[in-house]
Design a protein around this ligand. Structure first.
Ligand SMILES: [Fe+2]
Ligand SMILES: [Fe+2]
Length: 310
């Protein structure tokens, strides 16, 4: 809890967030139509397309799980500003989960049924990381705090990816599908907008450094494992490929080309999260995220619908 000596010591070491990076969070009720998006939405680059497509497999269940966990942690929040941020975060993540889920029927129509993979991801989030049958009290609270810390670690990476995709001009140069780019950048921009919430929540309700390190290791290993399995799944099941493979070599070379995050940038992000003075507001730019959202076709259409309905 926030009043333990460990939590107080951790809080004392953590820097103040950069205030100018703070913003009130709101969910944008976007919708995308996928009819014209080709299977390989980065032309002639199935590997990069599918590596990014893994997001559509992980995020629907993953972000639903964030929402499920955060609803349970609300009673532990003693700070009204943080509570408002967490509620805004819940609204945004629920919408992200839905938007990625809506890509899956389009993949099925193109002969790529992701069900064998998503069934495993659903099991992971709903059963392995679910509530478990724990008695009320210490064990139940320990498991809740563990999951809050896991979410903070995952959000370090969603912010990293959000910041990356907002700046990944190479995707435009390669002629990536504009609707898919808008989905990724709308989502990425909201990840940058709310990048401090999960970490601040973790620091508020627990903040233990050993837990931060332990849950980072869990989250990072799980993400790497799930991502490479997802990319392999897509490459092996893509009906247009006869010998589809996903290798680390491809990943490195696409990172160098700029159509995926570079391996070096990913490795350098690790010590930043584990640094005792880390705060997510030090990474990425709220101004850039807000600027993208002000021009995103999906976000603008959502705003127009909202105004029309008002
Ligand atoms: Fe999200
Ligand atoms: Fe997020």
């Amino acid at each position: 809890m926030s009043n333990t000596p460990q939590a107080r010591a951790a809080a004392a070491r953590a820097p103040e967030p950069i205030e100018s990076e703070r913003i009130a969070l709101k969910a944008r009720k976007v919708s995308f139509s996928w009819e014209t998006t080709p299977l390989h939405w980065i032309p002639e680059d199935p590997f990069t397309t599918h590596t990014i497509n893994v997001l559509h497999l992980l995020l629907p269940a993953g972000e639903r799980w964030f929402v499920h966990v955060y609803k349970q942690v609300l009673p532990y929040i003693k700070d009204e500003q943080l509570r408002a941020d967490v509620i805004g975060f819940i609204g945004q993540e629920a919408m992200h989960s839905q938007a990625h889920d809506e890509v899956l029927p389009h993949l099925r129509e193109q002969g790529l049924d992701p069900t064998p993979y998503t069934a495993q991801v659903d099991w992971l989030f709903e059963k392995l990381l679910g509530d478990r049958t724990l008695p009320p009290g210490k064990a139940r609270k320990w498991w809740l705090m563990e999951r809050v810390a896991i979410i903070a670690a995952i959000e370090h990476y969603t912010a990293f990816l959000g910041n990356w995709v907002l700046n990944a001009d190479e995707l435009d140069k390669q002629g990536a599908d504009p609707t898919m780019l808008d989905l990724l950048r709308w989502h990425g921009a909201e990840e940058v907008e709310h990048r401090s919430v999960a970490f601040e929540l973790f620091m508020h309700v627990d903040g233990g450094y050993a837990r931060r390190v332990r849950t980072w290791a869990t989250a990072f290993s799980a993400l790497v494992f799930l991502w490479q399995r997802g990319a392999r799944f897509f490459m092996e099941n893509d009906p247009t490929l006869t010998d589809g493979r996903a290798t680390w070599r491809d990943f490195h070379s696409k990172g160098r080309q700029g159509v995926l995050p570079s391996t070096g940038a990913m490795v350098r992000s690790i010590p930043r999260y584990l640094h005792r003075a880390y705060h997510p507001s030090q990474e990425g730019s709220t101004a850039q995220a807000v600027a993208y959202l002000a021009s995103s076709p999906a976000a603008l259409a959502a705003e127009a619908r909202e105004k029309g309905a008002a």
